[in-house]
Design a binder for this molecule. Structure first.
Ligand code: HXC
Length: 529
């Protein structure tokens, strides 16, 4: 590293060849970041460099770098001797499958990818351009955090990024991938973006590291257990995907981007499909077990109905009792929200409510229609849930469905009880097309509970209380545990043969293509956070 990374101009006497040579050399210097040794050290950790990552992410030859020569201005703690062109972040734009994206990748080989004032200015410039030009922004994070030698300037830089994350929210899709360290307040940028991805066993994300944790709470915890991908993907729900490798993380982003519009004024991209629109799936007619207490996999419904069975799941390891992700029907992207009978019987709890609510709000921001597959016995009872605020979290899900104005298609496959009936994209929350399979049970509650409440006292007086309740249970099942009462009221638009589900979804999407709906004028609502 030199005091200045460029030589003073020789002035008028300098030939064009010399000038070009100098330019090439400076570019080469920038390309090497912190130098060969630090690149080797990065590789030794099983990590790629910022430029290698961008090469993998973007279409070949599409990357145009911006601010290659931008340098920091700090002259404290010897920093005047540590100046690199680009200053620890590589930023610019390129394309993914021909569509423009703005990108930045922190370069750990330069001052540990730490965030300086000028480094933050580069990121902010990219974000401003992305907002102005209506294209997604993708950040690849690998940084020691605030540039310690700069102090408050670095913190100001972070704050400027966070502010832009908030301004860009709902305007352009924002994606973060954590490919190395991400600690302290730096975590708030990924947390503010729409999707965050981490690379397993080679990245971590926490507010305070193990040493601080030890001194404050006396806990002994490793970096991986405190803030590794496995923990965030399954426990905290902070991230949306734990990737097995950097390549896997990048594949995930590319697939994700393929479902999304460039910005909130566009529709999501429709692709040609060779999967027949009217493909009927006999298996769907047999999917629901005769015993309604038995589980089945709701993902079978998704795989059997979506184009070519493709489903891009979001947060697959977190709150598995609700499944969310993207698929296409007749080439049209949709967001799927599905209760999962295989996990906790598909019950809604705090985590499932928040997971689904955030996903629904993303879809609504970006004009992605929502298909809800409903098989839900209700909200999870118990002190653990009540103490954790299941009312507040369930209300978020209610709020998200109610405010969403994108096309909303609902298919009730089986249980749809109580408060969960109201929440899960019901007609009353502006569900556009609500269908039920003949196996649907749309009621206030399950038969056993209902009969015990209604007939418990009478049963005790009868000769055979168990039989008495059983008979009443059957009466309740015949009366309410069907889709017909809801259909009589128009709360479901039709009762459909399960095998025709794909066709019905595609037809509904076509019907709702030009749907217009809005909410009362307001600054913003007050979702129960
Ligand atoms: C300046 C930094 C730096 C930082 C690393 N480096 N972090 N320089 N500011 N924050 C430099 C190192 O001095 C070193 O420079 C090079 O990057 C590589 O770092 P190493 O320590 O050699 O690498 P490694 O062993 O892999 O350890 C990586 C690390 C460690 C775990 C990230 O560097 C570390 O603990 N850094 C500090 C993390 C931290 O506390 N950051 C502040 C968090 S608070 P040389 O020249 O020797 O190669 C924060 C507040 C944000 O970020 C608030 C926002 C609102």
């Amino acid at each position: 590293m030199t005091k200045k990374f460029y030589r003073a101009d020789k002035g008028k006497g300098m030939k064009i060849e010399e000038r070009l040579d100098r330019l090439m050399k400076l570019r080469e210097q920038a390309r090497l970041g912190g130098g060969k040794d630090r690149i080797a050290a990065q590789h030794k950790k099983g990590r790629k460099t910022a430029r290698e990552r961008l090469e993998l992410l973007l279409d070949e030859g599409s990357f145009e770098e911006i601010d290659v020569f931008k340098a920091h201005r700090c002259n404290r703690f010897g920093m005047e001797k540590k100046i690199n062109p680009g200053d620890g972040v590589v930023s610019g734009h390129g394309t993914i499958n021909g569509r423009i994206v703005f990108v930045y990748a922190q370069d750990f080989t330069v001052n540990g990818g730490s965030l300086s004032e000028t480094n933050a200015e580069k990121i902010c410039k990219i974000m401003d351009m992305a907002i102005k030009n209506g294209a997604p922004v993708i950040g690849l994070v690998d940084s020691g955090g605030a540039r310690i030698q700069e102090g408050i300037e670095s913190l100001a830089g972070y704050s400027n990024i966070f502010f832009r994350n908030v301004m860009a929210s709902g305007v352009i899709p924002q994606i973060s991938v954590i490919m190395g360290p991400c600690a302290g307040g730096a975590v708030y940028s990924p947390a503010l973006t729409d999707f965050s991805i981490m690379v397993r066993e080679n990245s971590y994300m926490f507010l305070t590291g193990p040493k601080v944790v030890k001194s404050v709470t006396h806990e002994n915890v490793s970096e991986e257990d405190l803030g590794g991908a496995a923990m965030h993907a399954s426990k905290s729900g902070v991230i949306h995907y734990g990737a097995d490798s950097e390549e896997d993380a990048i594949m995930y982003i590319k697939a994700l981007i393929s479902f999304l519009p460039q910005n909130n004024a566009e529709s999501p991209p429709v692709l040609m499909t060779d999967d027949p629109v009217d493909r009927a799936e006999e298996q769907l007619n047999q999917l629901i077990p005769n015993n309604t207490m038995m589980a089945y996999d709701i993902k079978d419904v998704i795989h059997l109905t979506a184009d070519n069975g493709d489903f891009h799941e979001v947060q697959p390891e977190f709150a598995g009792n609700v499944v969310v992700g993207f698929a296409r029907y007749g080439g049209m992207p949709v967001g799927i929200v599905a209760n999962q009978p295989k996990v906790l019987a598909g019950v809604l709890d705090c985590n499932a409510s928040v997971k689904a609510a955030r996903f629904i709000r993303f879809c609504d921001c970006f004009n992605v229609p929502i298909v809800s597959l409903v098989d839900v016995p209700g909200f999870l009872p118990g002190t653990a849930q009540e103490y954790a605020g299941v009312i507040r979290h369930g209300a978020k899900l209610m709020y998200a469905y109610a405010e969403a104005t994108v096309p909303k298609i609902t298919i009730v496959t089986r249980k749809n009880y109580g408060g969960a009936y109201c929440v899960m994209s019901s007609k009353h929350l502006r569900g556009d097309m609500n269908y039920a399979w003949p196996t649907a049970e749309i009621a206030v509650m399950g038969a056993k509970g209902a009969s015990e409440i209604l007939y418990g006292r009478e049963a005790k007086k009868s000769n055979d209380p168990a039989k008495f309740v059983q008979d009443k249970e059957q009466e309740y099942i015949d009366t309410f545990l069907t889709p017909y009462q809801a259909a009589e009221r128009g709360y479901v638009d039709d009762i459909i043969e399960p095998k025709t589900t794909r066709l019905r979804i595609i037809k509904a999407l076509g019907l709702l293509k030009n749907k217009k709906d809005s909410n009362p004028l307001k600054k913003h609502g007050n979702i129960p956070l």
